[in-house]
Design a protein around this ligand. Structure first.
Ligand code: HEC
Length: 128
């Protein structure tokens, strides 16, 4: 009986965990979609200028150059995901890999508004 009880408990905890994980992905997806709705031709144009000045030299004009072997081309990323990554580099303190340093330096030079614009622009590279 005791064994059955702990088995049931484990099962319930497992189910709850799976639910939380999926709900989390769902909210993340919603957040990305909401973010992409901020795109307007003006914001994208603003992002293009920022991209050309700050990102091209490492990520390429088309976002297909990979500055590091184990990162995928940013042209494949959803703009919401790009923004999330940029905000991580911009705000987190516990990154110390020297290759991440490039991203830390570049994102800390830019305002949140500019990071948003550049992420929206990177989102348009996918379609090409
Ligand atoms: C000096 C070179 C350099 C510049 C300039 C640069 N990046 Fe990066 N970028 C990198 C490197 C190296 C990585 C991988 C770092 C890591 O491993 O965390 C990276 C990672 C990224 C990632 C995350 C990719 C992933 O799959 O996790 C995004 C998004 C990104 N860069 C966007 C940009 C944008 C937008 C700009 C311009 C504002 C920019 N980068 C400027 C070198 C650069």
């Amino acid at each position: 009986m005791k064994r059955l009880f702990s088995l049931m408990t484990a099962l319930i905890i497992g189910l709850i965990t799976i639910n939380v994980v999926y709900a989390d992905d769902y909210y993340e997806y919603q957040m990305y979609q909401d973010f992409a709705r901020n795109a307007s031709p003006e914001r994208i144009q603003q992002g293009k200028v920022i991209y050309e000045q700050n990102c091209v030299r490492c990520h390429g004009v088309d976002g297909m150059r990979t500055p590091r072997r184990d990162v995928m081309p940013i042209a494949f990323m959803h703009p919401g995901k790009v923004f999330e990554e940029l905000m991580d580099y911009r705000t987190e303190d516990d990154l110390f890999d020297w290759e991440e340093q490039a991203m830390i330096d570049v994102t800390r030079k830019l305002s949140f508004e500019n990071l948003e614009a550049v992420a929206l622009y990177v989102g348009t590279l996918r379609a090409r």
